[in-house]
Design a protein around this ligand. Structure first.
Ligand code: NI
Length: 171
């Protein structure tokens, strides 16, 4: 496994549409293993293949409903993910490993049903909620070349970021 370079906003690859994965081979497994290591190292809650320069429809997300200090983070691999239906929009803070230091308020579904394939090509469906649903939407957007800054109602100011950081320290 290796840590790959995360592309930053301004790189044209981040604005391109990724292609469907058709080969569930060693090359895909190596990509997923590298993405996992890269996401953990960067402290992310999700990562999409185009963020490491591979224009293929593959994402990883941390299932935040299953956070467990003993077992470590529960990471879900989704190949060719498709959002089937969603409900209850919720506006909340969001950031991106490709746009460090920038946070915005984005409206996302609170609950959604997603269909995807695992690394062997086996299809599965799952329902995700809250921050995990937000992460799935954010990563699926990456596969279509959409960054959260394009969808944000507004971008948080320096003062707001300082205040949030101070509140966190207080907790
Ligand atoms: Ni992102």
């Amino acid at each position: 496994m290796a840590i790959r370079n995360i592309l930053h906003d301004g790189d044209p690859s981040l604005l391109k549409k990724s292609r469907v994965v058709t080969d569930f081979d060693r090359r895909l497994h190596l990509l997923l293993d590298d993405m996992r290591e890269t996401m953990i190292e960067a402290n992310g809650v999700g990562l999409a293949a185009p963020q490491v320069g591979v224009l293929r429809r593959a994402i990883l997300i941390i299932d935040l409903s299953k956070e467990d200090e003993q077992a470590g983070n529960h990471i879900i691999e989704m190949i060719n993910p498709e959002i089937l239906d969603s409900s209850c929009e919720e506006a909340d803070q969001e950031g991106c490993l490709s746009i460090p230091g920038v946070f915005g308020i984005v409206s996302r579904p609170h609950q959604l049903r997603v269909r995807a394939q695992d690394r062997k090509g086996k299809a599965f469906e799952m329902t995700v909620y809250g921050r995990t649903a937000r992460a799935v939407c954010h990563e699926v957007d990456h596969l279509d070349g959409i960054l959260f800054t394009k969808l944000a109602q507004r971008i948080l100011t320096e003062e707001e970021l300082d205040r949030i950081a101070a509140e966190r320290e207080g907790n």
